[in-house]
Design a protein around this ligand. Structure first.
Ligand code: GLA
Length: 382
């Protein structure tokens, strides 16, 4: 049974009728450009074929009543009484999204429905962004405001930044709102301009889940952001986006070692994304793979957001001849890595990497091909 069928069925079981709408918003895997988004730089994610789904119907009052099928929990809240959480629960993403949309002047109506999904939580595949954007889509269906992907992404980011206190960038919400089937999306995180690119011919994207999950990473994430801000301040610019490699190299000596390495990651990573755009446009899998490998080294040694599990997974992938390149993906510290792999050899790749990783760690990996999907959409009625 597909997730669409599942959420449809669950809605009928609970509410005794067909849902008025079914919406979905995907998670994402980032191919290259990590921790560059909040530096106003470039990222290159794709929306994946795993998503948060909501089946819903409008309500006459201003209440939202939502059931999490996966967590077996029911919660409700009133749109004129949104309470800020002390400890984040799943419903707080819905409450936060309502808050962020109202802050932007949208008049919201109530709804009730069932939420389910298959984006693993804490794996670096943006389950939270997919929940925020799916929620925004649900509100869009029952309220009177227009759907503008970039505006919805900003509202989703504001849930993290202003409602929940995580100073994350715009990438996850942008790709969840505006992903395109069979395409990766390069995003300029300053202008929010996007361009799409197909994967190089005869390649596939493989997600390699280390089976490790991040906990308590918020403080490390916010710390990285502060370090980037310190580097930008040293260079006298608003964001590290404004520092090119030449400027960096000519002046970086005056920075203390830690801030210099943090800054170096971001400055070179931005440059790698631009090179990745050219590689993708030229269908050059080899170059794309090399950039991914360089990106991982930079995250491991300079930005220090990898882990033993992630490094092991990436090494297991990179030894395979059929792998163009692999790197950790997302915020870091645990979760998933991503690889660009020859399509005709992918089964063997999956098997070998699984075996390699299992022999070297105590974790249970999940290695699978991922297709690029559309961003947020209403799938029912069609
Ligand atoms: C998390 C954040 C994003 C981005 C990545 C790292 O996924 O939510 O905004 O900063 O980490 O690239």
């Amino acid at each position: 049974m597909s997730l669409q069928e599942k959420v449809h069925q669950l809605f009928e079981d609970e509410f005794g009728e067909t849902p008025a709408f079914i919406v979905r918003a995907p998670g994402r895997v980032n191919l290259i450009g990590e921790h560059t988004d909040y530096n106003d730089g470039f990222v290159f994610p794709m929306a994946i074929d795993r998503a948060t789904w909501i089946a819903l119907r409008p309500r006459e009052d201003n209440k939202v009543f939502a059931i999490s099928a996966d967590l077996e929990d029911k919660q409700d809240f009133l749109l004129d009484n949104l309470v800020r959480p002390e400890k984040t629960r799943w419903i707080d993403y819905l409450i936060g999204t309502a808050w962020a949309l109202q802050e932007r002047g949208h008049k919201l109506s109530g709804w009730e429905g069932v939420v389910t999904g298959n984006v693993p939580i804490g794996a670096g595949l943006s389950s939270s962004a997919s929940l925020e954007i799916a929620t925004a889509r649900a509100f869009h269906m029952v309220s009177e405001f227009e759907w503008d992907a970039a505006a919805m992404a900003k509202a989703g980011q504001s849930v993290e930044n202003d409602w929940l206190g995580l100073k994350s960038g715009i990438m996850d919400q942008m790709i969840s709102a505006s992903g395109v089937e069979n395409r990766a999306l390069m995003i300029d995180c300053r202008s929010l301009d996007t361009i799409t690119a197909p994967l190089p011919p005869e390649t596939v994207i493989v997600i390699m889940d280390t089976g490790t999950r991040h906990t308590l990473v918020d403080s490390k994430y916010n710390e990285r952001r502060e370090q980037c801000e310190a580097a930008a301040e040293y260079f006298g610019v608003e964001k590290l986006r404004d520092v090119d490699i030449e400027t960096f190299e000519s002046r970086a000596d005056g920075l203390d070692d830690l801030i210099r390495r943090r800054g170096r990651h971001v400055v070179y990573e931005n440059d790698r994304v631009l090179k990745a755009r050219d590689a993708m446009n030229a269908g050059d899998a080899k170059l794309m793979g090399q950039l991914m490998i360089q990106s991982h080294v930079s995250m491991r040694d300079d930005f220090e957001i990898s882990s033993i599990a992630l490094d092991t997974m990436v090494d297991c992938a990179n030894v395979e001849d059929t792998c163009y390149g692999a790197r950790m993906t997302g915020g870091g510290f645990a979760g998933c890595a991503v690889a660009l792999v020859k399509a005709d050899a992918v089964d063997e790749f999956v098997e070998n990497v699984t075996q390699c990783y299992t022999s070297k760690t105590e974790h249970t990996p999940q290695v699978y091909i991922s297709q690029a999907s559309n961003g947020a959409e209403t799938v029912y009625p069609q």
